[in-house]
Write a new protein. Structure first.
Lengths: 339, 325, 306
């Protein structure tokens, strides 16, 4: 299947929107110190994987993810102003300021939320797929997680059940080579043996495949095939999407009063792998896809520039909205304890 | 000799000293290769071992190594990550000694931070010790000062039982006097952080400092507050609390945990049973409200105990005239 | 094997007579695995088990009187009556524990293996678990670490085809537990759990490799649980084996006829072994009956290690 040029331009636009959004989140730490509290995790570097995956969805399908979650709702069409306001802890936030960066959700657009605990969303994704199976409309659930999550028991238990019950779920592992700050080959027996992490699918009689997560068209094609398989009732697939996150795991960790910032990437800060990190930046999927679209005549340089300008304007508006949205009433803290 | 150290440095100093003293002490966990453990590199990668994100296996494995004679310390990073491995924490390590008629012992320390009430939202800010303080066989330490952080860590490592050592994220950079060299703080012995004669306030962890600040403010109003820090909540030094209440007749319990899963509720029960005749006013609990912590600051602050809420509670109990009950 | 069989058959009688409290899971029919695995281990090798541990404990060398006394909840029991059937421990013989929670002891065995290697010893840890435990997350977490760190641990799965009350097909699409370690390049084999010789040979190879620093391995033994999940289980979810079929499969009868055919021992010696087992169990029961119940104060005296 080849996507028509309109789709390719849409995918590029979504990638740029995610990148610009993340840039503004990062800049907030210097432009507006103290506005973002706690911990944020950025998706820069994974835009192609996110957008390619989401492009394989149709209305009725759902997605569930981890605490590195800003990209998915953007690609699904959530309002970036409401997303930014959530990260700023404002009333106008998509979760009213209750959740913050790690707990975005937009049920109307099929984004079922996240867990801030590694791998705990994987069984939840399988459960959502069970519900989809019961609904019987052919809906599929995309479950996103990182390479580190595959060492959690929840991964093993969930993939076993999903295979057994032939659940309509696609497990998308974004392998960014680091489990928080530890290199994957230091904590994963497959990686240590030089094997792809998709090898793990063998234990569940499930297809497992490893792809270049920096190419949105490859991702879209692979996920679409897995989605088709799931829709047809043939069960789950494990996709290992190789990405390289361009920012550190998250912002600095400090008690209140200490200004927060984004530290240097772990590859450089901990492992001293300067060249590896520079190479990753040279392989940045956003300019890579732009160059390809321009080369193949899908976009002109001017059009590509206009897409960036629009995204920047959108994110400026999101920041403005978020800054102007009031903080919640303190006593609202007691709402929503029970449904 | 003492000198000023941050809480985190005091905690690590104790661990470092214990690892130097006893080569059976191990340090494992997902983050033990990070910068804050730089000084532990000298013990080698066999004793300081980075693990995958597998809490159940990490803690279970530490238990197995302990049964085989080692004394592992597991850095589980965050208290909430333990919930993933709860079976290993409350149904394996803590029970082996008992179920085997005393044959086995599982001297492990599970170290984790808690209470990061600085916008870390619903899954990284809780004070979940209420869930484990009543679990038989498990000891639970909650240091509030750098000196206690050091002394309780050393004692935890030397204890022959599983110990949950919960350090408070908001206190990591707080400085205070810390004794040099070997320093042990016994378990089950509360510390009177501030003596006083009018009202007893019991607090743990970060709330100890909120209570001390409230006590300073109240001394200007002529109310003399005694602040007690149990330091370990299992075992819990009920005696010191009862003795204090016998002198003051008034008790305020402060706790960052949600009210119905708090140390406060347990202490209130003990005092109701064993110290009722000493009380000249009803006990007041200043705890977190029974809700998940919201991300946004105004809501977060609304739910948690603070200096003002503690002071108001103390005024309330102090204002009740003798014989009013 | 006769000792285990005689012990458990007697245990079933005692359970019916209400002399043994609590939940009892029998391993009758699975004796070959316990005997062929534990028979090759030293006291310094550590064994962990699950909730069906009697055979492993006996094969590892625990004294029958103390084992029986534990099951009867007496003060003279291996654990002074505090543990019971699912928590039999005899550290002197390297029997380090059983657990009532499926899969609960898998990482403990890794820890013991790690400790042995750090001490520079060639001791090996063995953990017995059922096929039901292989679907729990703790299994995958443990295998990843065992492989990553090349730990001297051998995972022995007694696959009786049922996880508690439901057949394996209701739990997983993966037919063989040995296939569950397919993602990792470690030795894995499935053997007939009623064939003591086959188990001995296959396990022996894995044991030598683990002792020599070759890392972990997984042995799956296909067994048939002759009894229900627990003693007293109405057992309506399984088809009974015909008695002829069982005669053909019974691991003790098989080993005995093979041994007789090869002249390892004669009919008389076989009979003596069986009779000795019965009388040893009689003595164990008599000893256990004389052991007093524990004093109630014990219940709160060992909560913490002093």
């Amino acid at each position: 299947m080849t996507l028509d040029t309109g789709h390719q331009i849409t995918m590029y636009r979504q990638m740029v929107r995610i990148r610009e959004f993340e840039e503004r989140v990062k800049r907030t730490f210097t432009d507006h110190p103290g506005v973002i509290r706690g911990h944020t995790h950025l998706a820069d570097g994974a835009e192609a994987s996110i957008v390619g995956s989401i492009a394989a969805m149709r209305p009725g399908d759902q997605a569930i993810a981890t605490y590195r979650c800003h990209g998915y709702p953007i690609a699904l069409g959530s309002d970036t102003s409401a997303l930014m306001a959530e990260i700023y802890g404002r009333v106008g936030g998509i979760c009213g300021g209750y959740g913050g960066s790690m707990h975005l959700a937009d049920i109307a657009r099929g984004f079922l939320g996240t867990s801030a605990i590694v791998a705990q969303n994987i069984p939840q994704g399988a459960g959502a797929a069970y519900a989809a199976q019961l609904r019987g409309r052919g809906d599929v659930v995309l479950t996103f997680f990182g390479d580190g999550a595959t060492k959690q028991g929840a991964f093993h238990e969930s993939l076993n059940v999903a295979a057994l019950w032939r659940l309509p779920v696609v497990f998308i592992m974004e392998n960014n080579s680091f489990s928080v700050t530890v290199r994957t080959e230091e904590e994963d027996a497959n990686a240590a043996a030089g094997e792809p992490l998709a090898t793990k699918a063998k234990a569940y009689s499930m297809p497992g495949t490893t792809i270049d997560g920096g190419d949105p068209l490859v991702v879209q094609q692979t996920v679409a095939d897995a989605v088709a398989r799931a829709r047809a009732g043939d069960g789950p697939t494990l996709i290992e999407s190789l990405v390289y996150r361009l920012s550190a795991h998250g912002n600095s960790i400090a008690p209140p009063g200490v200004p927060l910032h984004y530290p240097e990437h772990e590859a450089v800060a901990i492992y001293g792998a300067v060249e590896e990190y520079e190479a990753a930046k040279r392989g940045d999927p956003v300019p890579r896809f732009r160059a390809r679209l321009i080369e193949s005549g899908v976009l002109t340089g001017d059009q590509a520039g206009a897409i960036v300008d629009e995204a920047q304007a959108e994110m400026q508006a999101a920041v403005d909205f978020a800054l102007n949205s009031p903080l919640p009433e303190p006593a609202a803290a007691l709402n929503h304890v029970y449904a | 000799m003492t000198r000023e150290l941050p809480y985190v440095a005091a905690m690590n100093e104790a661990l470092h000293l214990e690892m130097t003293r006893d080569e059976d002490v191990l340090l494992i966990g997902q983050t033990v290769g990070e910068e804050h453990y730089e000084s532990f590199k000298e013990f080698g990668s066999a004793r300081v071992r980075v693990t995958p994100i597998s809490e159940t296996a990490e803690i279970g494995m530490a238990t197995g190594a302990a049964l085989a004679g080692k004394r592992p310390v597991v850095d589980a990073t965050m208290a909430e990550f333990l919930l993933v491995a709860m079976g290993q924490v409350v149904n394996e390590a803590n029970r082996v000694h008992y179920m085997t008629g005393g044959q086995l012992r599982a001297p492990i320390v599970i170290k984790a931070g808690y209470g990061f009430a600085a916008g870390w939202a619903g899954q990284h800010t809780s004070a979940p010790y209420g869930m484990v303080m009543g679990v038989p066989g498990l000891k639970v330490a909650l240091p509030s000062t750098p000196a206690d952080a050091k002394g309780l860590m050393a004692t935890a490592v030397r204890d022959d039982n599983p110990v949950l050592y919960l350090h408070h994220f908001l206190l990591l950079l707080e400085r205070g006097p810390v004794p040099e060299g070997e320093y042990l703080v016994p378990f089950g012995v509360a510390d009177i952080k501030r003596p006083g004669s009018d009202v007893t306030v019991v607090a743990t962890g970060w709330t100890v400092h909120r209570a001390l600040a409230a006590a300073e403010r109240l001394s200007d109003e002529g109310i003399d507050v005694e602040v007690i820090d149990p330091r370990t909540i299992a075992p819990l030094d009920v005696e010191t609390i009862l003795a204090s209440v016998a002198r003051t007749g008034r008790l305020v319990l402060v706790d960052q945990a949600t009210r119905h899963a708090s140390v406060s509720a347990v202490i209130a029960g003990e005092v109701a049973e064993h110290g009722l005749s000493s009380l000249r006013a009803p006990v007041v609990q200043v705890t977190a409200l029974d809700t998940t912590l919201a991300y946004s600051q105004p809501m977060e602050e609304y739910v948690l105990p603070d200096e003002g809420k503690i002071a108001a509670a103390v005024r309330q109990v102090a204002g009740v005239k003798a014989g009013a009950m | 094997m006769w000792r285990i069989r005689a012990f458990e058959e007697r245990l079933a009688q005692l359970k019916r007579a209400d002399e043994v409290p609590g939940l009892i899971h029998l391993s009758i029919g699975g004796e070959a695995v316990a005997a062929a695995v534990c028979g090759q281990l030293r006291d310094t090798d550590v064994v962990y088990s699950g909730h069906r541990p009697h055979g492993h404990v006996i094969a590892k060398g625990a004294a029958l009187p103390e084992t029986m006394a534990e099951l009867m909840g007496r003060a003279g029991g291996l654990c002074q009556g505090l543990g019971g059937s699912m928590h039999l421990v005899d550290t002197e013989h390297g029997m380090f524990g059983a657990t009532g929670v499926v899969g609960g002891s898998l990482p403990l065995a890794l820890g013991s293996a790690l400790a042995a290697r750090m001490r520079g010893e060639d001791a090996v840890a063995v953990v017995f678990f059922g096929d039901g435990a292989a679907q729990s997350g703790i299994f995958a977490e443990s295998v990843n670490i065992a492989v990553l760190w090349r730990l001297p641990v051998i995972l022995v799965c007694e696959n009786n085809g049922f996880a508690e009350f439901t057949p394996r097909s209701a739990h997983t699409t993966v037919e063989r537990v040995s296939d569950l370690v397919a993602p990792w390049a470690i030795p894995a084999a499935t053997v007939d759990g009623n064939d003591a010789e086959a188990i001995w040979a296959q396990f022996g190879e894995m044991l030598r490799r683990a002792r020599d620093g070759g890392g972990p391995a997984l042995l799956e033994a296909l067994t048939h649980r002759l009894r229900g999940h627990y003693e007293g289980d109405p057992d309506r979810y399984r088809e009974a084996l015909s008695s002829e079929e069982w005669q053909r499969r019974d691991p003790i009868a098989r080993l005995q006829s093979a041994a007789l055919a090869r002249g390892w021992f004669g009919e008389d010696e076989a009979k003596t072994a069986s009779d000795d087992a019965a009388s040893t169990v009689d003595e164990a029961v008599a000893w256990a009956r004389q052991s007093p119940p524990p004093t109630p104060e014990l219940a709160s005296s060992v909560v913490y290690a002093a």
